[in-house]
Design a protein around this ligand. Structure first.
Ligand SMILES: Cc1cc2nc3c(=O)[nH]c(=O)nc-3n(C[C@H](O)[C@H](O)[C@H](O)COP(=O)(O)O)c2cc1C
Length: 170
């Protein structure tokens, strides 16, 4: 897929096909995350990859909006150090960039992705075996869409372009 097509095709997918992901495709998605930019090249992320069906089902319980993790072919847990308030905003921006890099790389391969937040951080830490100084900040479930394959959306559910883009002044 061309970059522009990948950008227009990505949407949050919450129902995944049984089809597994090729190792090389999963590695490419993770490599996209690894290559993401970060403030002062801090790279505050680690990506724990979960493919075991039982572990995915457990991970799906860390948040009320994480149910779709259970049916994913793989879920990337974006893990970060617990930092003081002053650095938190920078860290979350960096993690968000890593997340979208992986999601676009996935879309480029026709693979769907669907963010999930984490509600119960202690539970996520136990399931993933994280040390006390790390937190699972986001989950990125991945898999081929169960229904419509990814294709450029002509009318995305977004605010109108002219409303979002003032020119020169607000
Ligand atoms: C920071 C963040 C957290 C999100 N958390 C969840 C979540 O916990 N569960 C979920 O189903 N979707 C979650 N989403 C997905 C959003 O609901 C989704 O991106 C938005 O509705 C737009 O969807 P679309 O790109 O398919 O149009 C999250 C998105 C972001 C950016």
């Amino acid at each position: 897929m061309e970059t522009w097509d990948a950008i227009r095709s990505r949407r949050d997918v919450r129902a995944f096909a049984e089809r597994p992901l090729a190792d090389a495709d999963l590695d490419r998605i993770l490599e996209a995350g690894r290559r993401s930019p970060s403030s002062r090249n801090w790279q505050p992320w680690d990506f724990v990859v979960v493919t075991d069906r039982e572990q995915l089902a457990e991970l799906a319980t860390v948040w009320q909006g994480a149910g779709h993790v259970a049916g994913s072919a793989a879920t990337v847990a974006i893990v970060a150090p617990i930092v003081e308030e002053a650095r938190r905003q920078t860290e979350f921006f960096d993690l968000g960039q890593a997340a979208i890099s992986m999601m676009f790389a996935a879309a480029d391969l026709g693979i769907g992705s669907g963010h999930s937040a984490v509600g119960d951080h202690d539970l996520a830490r136990r399931i993933l075996g994280l040390p006390e100084d790390r937190i699972c900040a986001h989950l990125v479930p991945l898999g081929y869409p169960a229904e419509r394959p990814l294709a450029p959306l002509s009318r995305p559910d977004r605010r109108p372009f002219d409303e979002v883009v003032p020119r020169g002044r607000w």
